[in-house]
Ligand binder design. Structure first.
Ligand code: 2RA
Length: 335
């Protein structure tokens, strides 16, 4: 398999290198691409040094089977035809094409077969907050249709990229020295704070991030579910957490839900209150699954259930989900 990574120097790009190796992904040749700034950087993959090439409108993608792209929506839009014109499947981590009718939006545990129908040769990787939520929702949807979801997110610095993670660490260092913290990647100082805004506000008064949870969930689950989200940035390095309340057509008991979560693909149930066991971002960072805990009835809704999820934003929320899409296509002979 000839594989390309576009945006190789970013947090997600670097995770692609680790995930492809960890999962023994069948790579015969790996090409790395980046901006003019990162061109020339060298990374090691399976003991081989690879130099990042500048992404340009040329024939570099001739012969490429799969291109994982994570360099922002603008770059994805600009380079879509350059990347796909010789038949490469572009698995795109940006928001550029997610809601386009002719681009499937895929989480393999939920809607893997959608990846087979891709008129433009592009498959979109959903937003990180949506990915972990739909993996958990699928377990409940299989029991009874979910009519409504309320969700509050606790999003790590990693969602804003590698430089944002560095900014959070730096802010703590600056504060320790008594200096004014540098704020460039977040709307406000994130150290010792939480920020109830991820991305810009829209006409609905929800942020873009919150509207992604509404629209992407409906597209992936082929559902009329209504999703009301409150997205919050918290001073955590790299795993997102979510408090989720679902309303189902029929009431689901805690026992039924726990059973469903414990069997669901991609989910690990971590819910042992007597021993204070529940997922936390500090423990889940670097891990593959979506962890679910604190499963209980919603005291405010007879058809309601509530639970807590945590998943590594750079892994399942980005690079891992994209690689799993590629693995699904290989398994199904559908590349
Ligand atoms: C964030 N969801 O956490 C975004 C990244 N895709 O900022």
């Amino acid at each position: 398999m000839k594989v390309a990574i576009v945006g190789a120097s970013g947090a997600v790009g670097q995770e692609f290198l680790r995930v492809l190796d960890e999962r023994n992904f069948p790579v015969d040749e790996l090409l790395l691409f980046g901006s003019s700034r990162s061109a020339g950087s060298e990374y090691v993959f399976r003991n081989k040094k690879i130099v990042v090439k500048e992404l340009k409108h040329n024939d570099d993608f001739k012969g490429v089977d799969i291109a994982f792209t994570s360099a922002g929506a603008g770059t994805s839009k600009e380079f879509e035809s350059t990347i796909t014109k010789y038949g490469a499947v572009m698995i795109d981590n940006s928001s550029a094409f997610r809601m386009d009718d002719d681009v499937p939006l895929v989480v393999p545990e939920v809607n893997g077969p959608d990846a087979k129908i891709r008129p433009r040769g592009v498959i979109a990787n959903p937003n990180c907050t949506t990915i972990q939520m739909v993996v958990a929702l699928k377990a409940i949807e299989d029991l009874s249709h979910i009519k409504a979801v309320h969700v509050a997110t606790y999003q790590a610095a990693s969602g804003a990229g590698a430089s944002a993670m560095a900014e959070l660490v730096h802010q703590y260092e600056e504060l320790m020295k008594g200096d004014k913290p540098t704020v460039e990647k977040f709307y406000y100082q994130l150290a010792y704070n939480v920020i109830p805004q991820v991305d810009v506000f829209t006409d609905t008064l929800y942020t873009k991030e919150e509207m992604k949870m509404y629209n992407e969930t409906r597209k992936i689950m082929h559902s009329d579910v209504k999703v009301s989200a409150m997205c919050v940035r918290v001073p955590v390095m790299r795993a997102h957490s979510e408090s989720i309340w679902v309303e189902t057509e029929r009431p689901i008991s805690v026992a039924e839900a726990r059973e469903a979560f414990s069997k669901a693909e991609g989910v690990v149930l971590m819910d042992d209150l007597a021993n204070k066991i529940y997922p936390m971002p500090l423990d889940i960072a670097g891990k593959d699954p979506v962890y679910v805990g604190r499963v209980r009835e919603d005291l405010a809704n007879p058809n309601g259930l509530t639970f807590w999820t945590v998943s590594d934003q750079i892994k399942k929320g980005a690079a891992l989900n994209a690689v799993q899409i590629a693995e699904y296509l290989i398994r199904e002979n559908a590349l």
